[in-house]
Write a protein that binds this ligand. Structure first.
Ligand code: 5GP
Length: 202
């Protein structure tokens, strides 16, 4: 009944819990989440091809030149990007796919995908955000400062998103994101109802 899959963009400040929400959405509802490429070094426990494709800067730049990215951006001093191959095939198959990307990337996607669903994830408070980044234990002092100082600038772009979800509790936030996706899938403009209605017998 759906012609194409739905592209869902999930953005928000570093440490807000985008990764956790995506993991739960995959586990609980079988959503597909695009695996991004990055030049950042892997954190402990991160696996190449699972969390990210970890690339050398030269390889990343080659892929930029080769037009392989749907979007890419320099975020907190490293390159991150969504490979077209990750997205196009899934959408063509009618599958929904989630991009967990930063605001600059979202702006680029908005130029190409007017029909995508843009969701901004918010922390319940600034103090909570601070403690979540610190608890992760993966940032140096300078990388923490870089991420934290970007927050107020990032919040200015919230108006260009369709929905805001406050991540006060993971289960609640997951339900709200799932609710948004289900609602968006019921939009008449997204459904191919003609064939279905033609099958009605009056
Ligand atoms: P982290 O280093 O914490 O994994 O990610 C840092 C930031 O990069 C996060 O805001 C995350 O959403 C963003 N990010 C991850 N993948 C991509 C991507 O493919 N494109 C863009 N533009 N941002 C990304």
């Amino acid at each position: 009944m759906y012609t194409k899959g739905l592209l869902i963009i999930l953005s928000g400040p570093s440490g807000v819990g985008k990764g956790t929400i995506c993991k739960e959405l995959m586990k609980k509802y079988d959503y597909k989440v695009s695996i991004s490429a990055t030049t950042r070094t892997p954190r402990e426990g991160e696996v190449d091809g699972v969390n990210y494709y970890f690339l050398d800067k030269d390889v990343f730049k080659f892929k930029i030149k080769n037009n392989e990215f749907l979007e890419y951006a320099e975020v907190y001093g490293n390159y991150y990007g969504t490979l077209k191959s990750q997205v196009e095939e899934e959408l063509d198959k009618g599958n929904n796919i989630i991009l967990e990307i930063d605001i600059q990337g979202s702006m680029q996607v908005q130029k190409v995908f007017k029909n995508a669903v843009y969701i901004f994830l918010l922390p319940p408070s600034i103090n909570e955000l601070k403690s979540r980044i610190l608890k992760r234990g993966s940032e140096t002092e300078s990388s923490f400062n870089l991420r934290f100082s970007a927050v107020s600038e990032e919040l200015k772009y919230m108006d260009s998103y369709d929905y805001a979800v406050i991540n006060d509790d993971v289960d609640n936030a997951v339900e709200r994101v799932n609710g948004i996706i289900k609602t968006e899938m019921s939009r008449i403009s997204r459904m191919n109802l003609e064939k279905f209605i033609n099958g009605y017998v009056f």
